[in-house]
Ligand binder design. Structure first.
Ligand SMILES: Cc1ncc(COP(=O)(O)O)c(C=O)c1O
Length: 391
């Protein structure tokens, strides 16, 4: 039994490591959405099921007794399959044992890479709008975040600006393609330019490629793994949550050259040590069939195009999305309210939840744009279309 005067609040001195940082915008919008019973197109997760075949494989491996700690590096059958896929798609050779590690989702991979390479006062450059885990992870490890701006209206990279931001303290640059929240992608020319700028420096690259298979309109995913000059200084991050519609499993991986991977593992072993064993075995089986990931681009492109057809008559302006399962819409013809106000009003008045883009900028830059997740069943997209056409 708790004593009546049991203290629920720490009353000593405490200095926050992330002063001013709030709860993630995804959690905020999902909560308001649930409170109002709104259609939730805010957070990035599918509303349809994982393949029963994949679930059966997990069940199978559990019943076979694969229920104890996996090796710290990952179950080798899975590391080998990832190595095969990367070789097939990008022509790059990653050693399953020495250069690939399985992680508890991409978020853990990103945090661990940053904690392995960033120390006090090191600078890390990120591009805004930026996925929201990067900046806090850098700050928690004592680093300084430098924000480069993606150019409006198409979110392309300004390489001149980037080159000007490099100092003797720059340790890391984080890139993300296909890009959350905007759906933009990095081209082969961009990768070459990045390689040229970093040539002769000690700067490392973290390439967040969790939407690697979600790419549209005949575009080809340009992984840093494809560019040997960049690959030798890069950590590549992937997520099975995105690829196999299973965000709740938190399964991901990292690719890196052996000496960088060795540093990653020094941190990884104390963050999580090892991740879910039966799921790793099941993913290895599932990855051995290319159709399980090669069909994702056309699967999601159909969803994107269906959603766009449904909102054709709305007053929202479409910002082209070449990858991810996000579609950015510009509402400047409808309202001049700030993104947060407009998104909350949409939930309360119209029953429709999205994510404003302003929280993806450190100074909350207002662009009158919202992000919608179209990884949804046809019925959800129909309903979304109806609502958006009324606004
Ligand atoms: C760009 C980006 N990176 C990383 C992640 C995190 O992936 P995971 O769920 O595997 O941790 C997400 C998830 O939304 C994302 O959009």
């Amino acid at each position: 039994m708790l004593k009546k005067n049991y203290m629920k609040k720490f009353e000593g001195n405490f200095v926050s490591q992330l002063p001013g940082d709030a709860i993630s915008i995804f959690a905020v919008m999902s909560k308001i959405s649930a409170e109002h019973g709104a259609l939730n197109m805010s957070q990035g997760f599918p509303d349809f099921e994982v393949s029963p075949k994949l679930i059966d494989r997990i069940h199978y491996y559990m019943k076979q007794g694969h229920n104890q700690y996996a090796p710290m590096t990952g179950v080798q059958a899975l590391n080998k399959q990832i190595s095969n896929v990367v070789k097939e798609l990008h022509g790059a050779d990653y050693d399953p044992q020495k250069e690939i590690n399985i992680t508890s989702g991409a978020t853990q991979a990103i945090y661990t890479i940053i904690s392995a390479v960033i120390k006090d006062d090191d600078e890390a450059i990120i591009f805004e709008p930026a996925y929201d885990s990067y900046a806090p992870s850098i700050k928690l490890n004592g680093g300084i975040v430098k924000h480069a701006q993606l150019r409006m209206p198409d979110y392309s990279i300004d390489w001149e600006e980037f080159a000007r931001m490099i100092t003797h303290r720059t340790k890391l640059v984080i890139i993300n393609t296909p890009h959350n929240p905007t759906g933009s992608i990095i081209s082969a020319e961009d990768m070459q330019r990045l390689g040229e700028i970093l040539r002769g420096t000690d700067i490392l690259v973290l390439s967040d490629e969790v939407y690697e298979h979600l790419i549209y309109d005949d575009n080809i995913h340009q992984s840093v793994a494809k560019f040997p000059e960049l690959a030798q200084r890069s950590f590549v991050v992937g997520s099975f949550g995105k690829t196999f519609h299973a965000t709740g499993w938190k399964m991901g991986f990292v690719l890196a050259p052996e000496n960088l991977m060795a540093e990653f593992r020094k941190a990884h072993q104390w963050v999580v040590f090892t991740v879910n064993t039966p799921i790793q075995y099941a993913l290895a089986d599932y990855l051995s069939e290319p159709k399980n990931y090669l069909t994702l681009g056309s699967f999601y492109q159909k969803k994107r195009d269906y959603f766009l057809r449904k909102i054709k008559k709305s007053r929202f302006k479409i910002v082209p999305s070449s990858g991810t399962y996000f579609q950015v819409l510009d509402y400047s013809d409808i309202s001049d309210e700030g993104g947060m106000d407009f998104a909350v009003r949409m939930i309360k008045e119209f029953g429709m939840a999205s994510i404003p883009l302003s929280p993806f900028y450190q100074d909350k830059t207002e662009t009158h744009r919202l992000r919608f997740c179209f990884a949804k069943e046809k019925e959800t997209l129909d309903k979304a279309g109806e609502i958006l056409c009324q606004i």
